[in-house]
Design a protein around this ligand. Structure first.
Ligand SMILES: [Zn+2]
Length: 167
């Protein structure tokens, strides 16, 4: 069940609002993100650091806020950032979002001027690595041998790729 448009609009507004608090003195690329989880909006901005690799994206901060509030299922994501074109979540954030959101959860990302692109978690991160992959590697699992031969590993990857997204 997807959140209705007014809820997604509210999510987008929350992302645009929190973007104003972004701490992005180095990239000068402020981003705001909001996730819908447990019916509540959790919004956060990017927070950079003079030690550059320690900066954290807005999306990951928003996910962390939702989890800290006790929510572990994300229903939708909104991101506001970029200049002339909407900036999609980076690869790392896609993986973090996929940990808590089903593949069909909507992701909308927009410029501050309101140009919006709508997609889904699964479209942004097809064939995502997830907890099911770890379970399949547990000893005693029938789905994956402890020491796969290269040929078998390849066919398993093919089988996974041909399956439709089943999260
Ligand atoms: Zn990111």
């Amino acid at each position: 069940m997807h959140p209705p448009k007014p809820v997604l609009d509210r999510l987008l507004r929350a992302a645009a609002e929190v973007r104003r608090n972004a701490y992005a003195p180095y990239s000068r690329f402020p981003v705001g993100a909001a996730v819908l989880a447990g019916g509540r909006v959790h919004a956060a901005c990017n927070v950079e650091n003079s030690s550059f690799p320690l900066g954290v994206c807005a999306e990951r901060n928003a996910v962390a806020m939702a989890v800290a509030a006790g929510a572990q299922r994300i229903e939708a994501v909104a991101v506001v950032g970029g200049g002339d074109r909407p900036a999609a979540p980076c690869g790392g954030c896609r993986q973090v979002i996929a940990e808590f959101a089903p593949a069909d959860a909507p992701v909308i990302y927009a410029t501050p001027d309101g140009e919006v692109i709508a997609t889904t978690v699964g479209a942004l991160l097809p064939f995502a690595f997830g907890s099911a992959d770890l379970k399949a590697a547990e000893p005693g699992s029938t789905r994956s041998p402890a020491v796969p031969s290269p040929g078998k590993a390849r066919s398993a990857a093919r089988a996974r790729a041909s399956r439709t997204s089943g999260r």
